[in-house]
Design a protein around this ligand. Sequence first.
Ligand SMILES: Nc1ncnc2c1ncn2[C@@H]1O[C@H](COP(=O)(O)OP(=O)(O)O)[C@@H](O)[C@H]1O
Ligand SMILES: [Mg+2]
Length: 330
Amino acid sequence: MSKIRSIRAGCSKLRTRQFLTKIEQFSTQRRKSILMWNPDFCKNNECCNDQWLIEDLSGLEKELNEKVFGQHLANKLVSEAVKSHIKNKDPKSPLVMSFHGRTGTAKTFVSQIVANSLFKKRIKSKFYQFKVATIHFKNNNNLKECKDELIKHIQYNSEQCYRMLFVFDEFDFMPVGLSDVMTPFLDYHAAVDGRDYRKNIFIFLSNVAGEVINDYIVRHYESNRPRESIVSKDLEKYIAITDLNSKGRFDDSKIINTKLINVYVPFLPLERKHVKQCAEAEIKKKNYSFKKSTLEAIANELDYFPDAIPWFYATGCKSVVNLVDQLPSD
Ligand SMILES: Nc1ncnc2c1ncn2[C@@H]1O[C@H](COP(=O)(O)OP(=O)(O)O)[C@@H](O)[C@H]1O
Ligand SMILES: [Mg+2]
Protein backbone atom coordinates (compact mmCIF):
# COMPACT_ATOMS: atom_id res chain seq x y z
CA MET A 1 0.00 0.00 0.00
CA SER A 2 1.40 3.41 -0.90
CA LYS A 3 2.22 5.79 1.91
CA ILE A 4 -0.58 8.17 0.91
CA ARG A 5 -3.17 5.43 0.77
CA SER A 6 -2.09 4.02 4.08
CA ILE A 7 -2.30 7.48 5.64
CA ARG A 8 -5.78 8.02 4.20
CA ALA A 9 -6.86 4.68 5.55
CA GLY A 10 -6.61 6.07 9.10
CA CYS A 11 -8.20 3.69 11.54
CA SER A 12 -8.83 1.03 8.91
CA LYS A 13 -5.07 0.50 8.62
CA LEU A 14 -5.11 -0.32 12.29
CA ARG A 15 -7.99 -2.74 11.66
CA THR A 16 -5.85 -4.69 9.18
CA ARG A 17 -3.14 -4.89 11.83
CA GLN A 18 -5.65 -6.09 14.34
CA PHE A 19 -6.82 -8.77 11.98
CA LEU A 20 -3.22 -9.90 11.73
CA THR A 21 -2.72 -9.63 15.46
CA LYS A 22 -5.84 -11.77 15.94
CA ILE A 23 -4.05 -14.50 14.06
CA GLU A 24 -1.06 -13.83 16.25
CA GLN A 25 -3.27 -14.15 19.27
CA PHE A 26 -4.46 -17.50 18.04
CA SER A 27 -0.86 -18.58 17.71
CA THR A 28 -0.18 -17.18 21.19
CA GLN A 29 -2.76 -19.58 22.56
CA ARG A 30 -1.23 -22.34 20.52
CA ARG A 31 2.16 -21.27 21.83
CA LYS A 32 1.17 -22.50 25.29
CA SER A 33 0.63 -25.99 23.99
CA ILE A 34 3.73 -25.75 21.81
CA LEU A 35 5.66 -24.80 24.92
CA MET A 36 4.57 -28.01 26.62
CA TRP A 37 6.12 -29.96 23.75
CA ASN A 38 8.99 -27.62 23.03
CA PRO A 39 10.48 -25.94 26.09
CA ASP A 40 13.01 -24.23 23.79
CA PHE A 41 10.27 -22.21 22.08
CA CYS A 42 11.03 -19.01 24.00
CA LYS A 43 14.74 -19.30 23.25
CA ASN A 44 14.08 -18.35 19.65
CA ASN A 45 10.80 -16.48 19.93
CA GLU A 46 10.23 -13.33 21.91
CA CYS A 47 8.24 -14.16 25.02
CA CYS A 48 7.15 -12.03 27.94
CA ASN A 49 9.74 -13.38 30.35
CA ASP A 50 13.07 -12.38 31.87
CA GLN A 51 14.95 -13.81 28.93
CA TRP A 52 13.47 -11.09 26.71
CA LEU A 53 12.64 -8.31 29.16
CA ILE A 54 15.49 -6.32 30.68
CA GLU A 55 15.28 -5.68 34.41
CA ASP A 56 18.58 -3.93 34.97
CA LEU A 57 18.18 -0.36 33.75
CA SER A 58 21.25 0.99 35.53
CA GLY A 59 22.79 2.01 32.19
CA LEU A 60 19.79 3.99 30.92
CA GLU A 61 20.78 7.42 32.24
CA LYS A 62 24.36 7.00 30.98
CA GLU A 63 23.13 6.00 27.54
CA LEU A 64 20.76 8.96 27.38
CA ASN A 65 23.49 11.36 28.48
CA GLU A 66 25.90 9.96 25.90
CA LYS A 67 23.48 10.00 22.98
CA VAL A 68 21.02 12.81 23.65
CA PHE A 69 22.67 16.22 23.66
CA GLY A 70 21.49 19.27 25.56
CA GLN A 71 18.55 17.59 27.29
CA HIS A 72 19.66 17.34 30.91
CA LEU A 73 16.07 17.57 32.21
CA ALA A 74 14.57 14.99 29.86
CA ASN A 75 17.44 12.55 30.38
CA LYS A 76 17.13 12.72 34.15
CA LEU A 77 13.33 12.74 34.39
CA VAL A 78 12.88 9.87 31.95
CA SER A 79 15.61 7.61 33.32
CA GLU A 80 14.49 8.10 36.93
CA ALA A 81 10.81 7.56 36.14
CA VAL A 82 11.37 4.45 34.02
CA LYS A 83 13.85 2.90 36.43
CA SER A 84 11.65 3.34 39.47
CA HIS A 85 8.57 2.10 37.62
CA ILE A 86 10.33 -1.10 36.51
CA LYS A 87 11.81 -1.66 39.96
CA ASN A 88 8.41 -1.30 41.63
CA LYS A 89 6.85 -4.75 41.91
CA ASP A 90 3.45 -3.26 42.71
CA PRO A 91 3.01 0.10 40.94
CA LYS A 92 -0.25 1.85 41.75
CA SER A 93 -0.74 3.04 38.18
CA PRO A 94 1.00 2.75 34.80
CA LEU A 95 3.79 5.22 34.15
CA VAL A 96 2.35 7.99 31.95
CA MET A 97 4.79 10.53 30.55
CA SER A 98 4.11 13.46 28.28
CA PHE A 99 7.06 14.67 26.14
CA HIS A 100 6.93 18.32 25.04
CA GLY A 101 9.11 20.37 22.76
CA ARG A 102 9.67 21.67 19.27
CA THR A 103 10.39 19.30 16.41
CA GLY A 104 13.83 17.66 16.22
CA THR A 105 14.67 17.96 19.91
CA ALA A 106 14.82 14.15 20.49
CA LYS A 107 11.33 13.22 21.71
CA THR A 108 11.06 10.20 19.42
CA PHE A 109 14.74 9.40 19.87
CA VAL A 110 14.41 9.25 23.67
CA SER A 111 11.37 6.98 23.46
CA GLN A 112 13.38 4.65 21.21
CA ILE A 113 16.24 4.60 23.72
CA VAL A 114 13.72 3.69 26.43
CA ALA A 115 12.45 0.82 24.25
CA ASN A 116 16.04 -0.33 23.66
CA SER A 117 16.65 -0.38 27.39
CA LEU A 118 13.51 -2.39 28.23
CA PHE A 119 13.55 -5.15 25.63
CA LYS A 120 16.26 -7.48 24.33
CA LYS A 121 14.80 -7.05 20.85
CA ARG A 122 15.09 -3.28 21.34
CA ILE A 123 12.78 -1.25 19.08
CA LYS A 124 11.99 -4.43 17.12
CA SER A 125 10.25 -5.84 20.19
CA LYS A 126 6.55 -6.52 19.79
CA PHE A 127 6.16 -5.15 23.30
CA TYR A 128 7.07 -1.69 21.96
CA GLN A 129 4.08 -0.19 20.16
CA PHE A 130 4.65 3.11 18.37
CA LYS A 131 1.66 4.83 16.79
CA VAL A 132 1.40 8.18 15.05
CA ALA A 133 -1.91 9.95 15.63
CA THR A 134 -2.01 11.51 12.16
CA ILE A 135 -1.55 8.11 10.50
CA HIS A 136 -3.20 5.55 12.73
CA PHE A 137 -5.97 7.58 14.34
CA LYS A 138 -6.94 9.95 11.58
CA ASN A 139 -10.46 8.87 10.90
CA ASN A 140 -12.40 11.87 12.20
CA ASN A 141 -15.60 10.79 10.48
CA ASN A 142 -16.03 7.70 12.53
CA LEU A 143 -14.94 8.53 16.00
CA LYS A 144 -16.67 5.52 17.51
CA GLU A 145 -14.77 3.15 15.24
CA CYS A 146 -11.50 4.88 16.11
CA LYS A 147 -12.29 4.62 19.81
CA ASP A 148 -12.94 0.88 19.48
CA GLU A 149 -9.65 0.42 17.61
CA LEU A 150 -7.71 2.30 20.25
CA ILE A 151 -9.25 0.29 23.08
CA LYS A 152 -8.51 -2.97 21.24
CA HIS A 153 -4.95 -1.82 20.53
CA ILE A 154 -4.27 -1.34 24.23
CA GLN A 155 -6.19 -4.41 25.40
CA TYR A 156 -4.78 -6.81 22.84
CA ASN A 157 -1.17 -5.76 23.33
CA SER A 158 -1.47 -5.75 27.11
CA GLU A 159 -2.58 -9.38 26.84
CA GLN A 160 0.75 -10.20 25.19
CA CYS A 161 2.81 -8.85 28.05
CA TYR A 162 2.30 -7.16 31.39
CA ARG A 163 5.03 -4.70 30.45
CA MET A 164 4.14 -2.87 27.25
CA LEU A 165 5.64 0.38 26.07
CA PHE A 166 2.97 2.36 24.20
CA VAL A 167 4.16 5.49 22.43
CA PHE A 168 1.70 7.87 20.75
CA ASP A 169 3.38 10.44 18.52
CA GLU A 170 1.69 13.68 17.45
CA PHE A 171 -0.64 13.13 20.36
CA ASP A 172 -1.96 16.68 20.03
CA PHE A 173 -3.42 15.68 16.66
CA MET A 174 -5.61 12.90 18.02
CA PRO A 175 -9.24 13.53 17.00
CA VAL A 176 -11.00 15.43 19.80
CA GLY A 177 -12.40 13.03 22.39
CA LEU A 178 -10.50 9.97 21.16
CA SER A 179 -7.85 9.85 23.84
CA ASP A 180 -10.54 9.87 26.55
CA VAL A 181 -11.09 6.14 26.00
CA MET A 182 -7.58 5.53 27.27
CA THR A 183 -8.25 6.86 30.75
CA PRO A 184 -9.31 3.55 32.39
CA PHE A 185 -6.00 2.01 31.25
CA LEU A 186 -3.98 4.90 32.69
CA ASP A 187 -5.79 5.25 35.99
CA TYR A 188 -5.10 3.82 39.44
CA HIS A 189 -7.26 0.74 38.85
CA ALA A 190 -6.09 -2.63 40.12
CA ALA A 191 -7.89 -4.23 37.18
CA VAL A 192 -9.95 -3.27 34.14
CA ASP A 193 -12.08 -6.16 32.87
CA GLY A 194 -9.98 -8.49 35.00
CA ARG A 195 -6.66 -7.28 33.56
CA ASP A 196 -3.95 -5.35 35.37
CA TYR A 197 -2.46 -2.54 33.24
CA ARG A 198 -0.32 -0.94 35.92
CA LYS A 199 3.08 -2.18 34.76
CA ASN A 200 2.67 -0.59 31.34
CA ILE A 201 4.42 2.58 30.25
CA PHE A 202 2.65 5.19 28.10
CA ILE A 203 4.46 8.06 26.40
CA PHE A 204 2.67 10.89 24.58
CA LEU A 205 4.76 13.02 22.22
CA SER A 206 3.66 16.47 21.13
CA ASN A 207 4.84 19.92 20.09
CA VAL A 208 2.38 21.51 22.52
CA ALA A 209 4.21 23.84 24.94
CA GLY A 210 7.19 24.11 22.55
CA GLU A 211 6.77 27.90 22.53
CA VAL A 212 6.37 28.05 26.30
CA ILE A 213 9.60 26.07 26.77
CA ASN A 214 11.41 28.30 24.27
CA ASP A 215 10.19 31.52 25.93
CA TYR A 216 11.19 30.18 29.32
CA ILE A 217 14.72 29.27 28.26
CA VAL A 218 15.26 32.60 26.45
CA ARG A 219 14.35 34.44 29.68
CA HIS A 220 16.64 32.12 31.62
CA TYR A 221 19.58 32.84 29.31
CA GLU A 222 18.81 36.56 29.33
CA SER A 223 19.37 36.56 33.08
CA ASN A 224 22.79 34.97 32.49
CA ARG A 225 21.96 31.66 34.13
CA PRO A 226 23.41 28.42 32.77
CA ARG A 227 21.24 25.93 30.89
CA GLU A 228 21.92 23.19 33.46
CA SER A 229 20.44 25.31 36.25
CA ILE A 230 16.94 24.99 34.74
CA VAL A 231 14.96 22.76 37.07
CA SER A 232 12.05 20.65 36.00
CA LYS A 233 9.62 21.82 38.69
CA ASP A 234 9.29 25.35 37.24
CA LEU A 235 8.94 24.24 33.65
CA GLU A 236 6.59 21.39 34.52
CA LYS A 237 4.16 23.90 35.99
CA TYR A 238 4.18 25.96 32.78
CA ILE A 239 3.73 22.92 30.57
CA ALA A 240 0.83 21.59 32.63
CA ILE A 241 -0.92 24.97 32.38
CA THR A 242 -0.33 25.07 28.61
CA ASP A 243 -1.77 21.59 28.25
CA LEU A 244 -4.90 22.59 30.04
CA ASN A 245 -5.34 25.82 28.12
CA SER A 246 -4.19 24.77 24.69
CA LYS A 247 -6.76 25.31 22.00
CA GLY A 248 -7.02 22.22 19.87
CA ARG A 249 -6.88 18.52 20.49
CA PHE A 250 -5.61 18.65 24.04
CA ASP A 251 -8.67 20.72 24.83
CA ASP A 252 -10.92 18.95 27.32
CA SER A 253 -8.77 15.83 27.23
CA LYS A 254 -9.76 13.69 30.18
CA ILE A 255 -6.19 12.47 30.46
CA ILE A 256 -5.07 16.01 31.22
CA ASN A 257 -8.08 17.05 33.28
CA THR A 258 -8.01 14.00 35.51
CA LYS A 259 -4.27 14.41 36.11
CA LEU A 260 -3.26 11.02 34.78
CA ILE A 261 0.09 12.25 33.49
CA ASN A 262 2.78 11.36 36.02
CA VAL A 263 5.71 13.17 34.41
CA TYR A 264 5.83 16.19 32.10
CA VAL A 265 9.10 16.09 30.20
CA PRO A 266 10.40 19.29 28.58
CA PHE A 267 12.72 19.06 25.56
CA LEU A 268 14.78 22.24 25.35
CA PRO A 269 15.74 24.01 22.12
CA LEU A 270 19.28 23.14 21.05
CA GLU A 271 22.31 25.39 20.89
CA ARG A 272 24.86 25.56 18.10
CA LYS A 273 27.24 23.27 20.03
CA HIS A 274 24.51 20.60 20.35
CA VAL A 275 23.77 20.84 16.65
CA LYS A 276 27.44 20.17 15.94
CA GLN A 277 27.39 17.21 18.34
CA CYS A 278 24.36 15.82 16.49
CA ALA A 279 26.15 16.27 13.16
CA GLU A 280 29.28 14.53 14.47
CA ALA A 281 27.26 11.60 15.87
CA GLU A 282 25.41 11.23 12.59
CA ILE A 283 28.61 11.36 10.53
CA LYS A 284 30.24 8.72 12.78
CA LYS A 285 27.16 6.51 12.46
CA LYS A 286 27.70 6.52 8.70
CA ASN A 287 31.44 5.91 9.04
CA TYR A 288 32.17 9.06 7.05
CA SER A 289 35.41 10.86 7.69
CA PHE A 290 34.90 14.48 8.68
CA LYS A 291 36.70 17.70 9.47
CA LYS A 292 35.81 20.30 12.09
CA SER A 293 35.04 22.65 9.21
CA THR A 294 32.28 20.25 8.04
CA LEU A 295 30.54 20.61 11.39
CA GLU A 296 30.87 24.39 11.23
CA ALA A 297 29.51 24.40 7.68
CA ILE A 298 26.49 22.34 8.75
CA ALA A 299 25.84 24.62 11.75
CA ASN A 300 26.06 27.66 9.47
CA GLU A 301 23.30 26.29 7.24
CA LEU A 302 20.71 26.58 9.99
CA ASP A 303 18.47 29.33 11.38
CA TYR A 304 18.77 30.41 14.97
CA PHE A 305 16.61 32.39 17.41
CA PRO A 306 15.91 34.80 19.05
CA ASP A 307 16.90 37.46 16.52
CA ALA A 308 18.67 39.64 19.08
CA ILE A 309 21.06 36.89 20.28
CA PRO A 310 20.73 33.75 18.18
CA TRP A 311 21.27 31.18 20.92
CA PHE A 312 19.06 28.35 19.72
CA TYR A 313 18.63 26.40 16.57
CA ALA A 314 15.04 26.73 15.35
CA THR A 315 14.30 23.20 14.13
CA GLY A 316 16.40 20.86 16.24
CA CYS A 317 18.60 18.06 14.96
CA LYS A 318 16.19 16.62 12.41
CA SER A 319 17.47 18.69 9.50
CA VAL A 320 21.06 18.07 10.64
CA VAL A 321 20.42 14.42 9.85
CA ASN A 322 19.26 15.44 6.36
CA LEU A 323 22.30 17.66 5.82
CA VAL A 324 24.64 14.82 6.78
CA ASP A 325 22.81 12.58 4.31
CA GLN A 326 23.73 15.05 1.58
CA LEU A 327 27.47 14.94 2.36
CA PRO A 328 29.71 13.08 -0.09
CA SER A 329 30.52 9.66 1.40
CA ASP A 330 34.32 9.73 0.95
N1 LIG B 1 19.10 16.33 21.43
C1 LIG B 1 19.53 15.47 20.51
N2 LIG B 1 20.68 14.78 20.70
C2 LIG B 1 21.13 13.90 19.77
N3 LIG B 1 20.47 13.62 18.62
C3 LIG B 1 19.31 14.26 18.40
C4 LIG B 1 18.78 15.21 19.32
N4 LIG B 1 17.62 15.66 18.83
C5 LIG B 1 17.41 15.05 17.67
N5 LIG B 1 18.42 14.19 17.40
C6 LIG B 1 18.60 13.38 16.18
O1 LIG B 1 17.61 13.80 15.25
C7 LIG B 1 16.75 12.70 14.92
C8 LIG B 1 15.33 13.22 14.85
O2 LIG B 1 14.91 13.64 16.15
P1 LIG B 1 13.51 13.18 16.77
O3 LIG B 1 13.73 12.40 18.01
O4 LIG B 1 12.70 12.48 15.72
O5 LIG B 1 12.86 14.59 17.10
P2 LIG B 1 11.39 14.89 17.62
O6 LIG B 1 10.69 13.60 17.86
O7 LIG B 1 11.58 15.72 18.86
O8 LIG B 1 10.77 15.72 16.52
C9 LIG B 1 16.97 11.65 16.01
O9 LIG B 1 16.78 10.36 15.51
C10 LIG B 1 18.41 11.89 16.40
O10 LIG B 1 19.27 11.20 15.51
MG1 LIG C 1 9.07 12.87 16.74
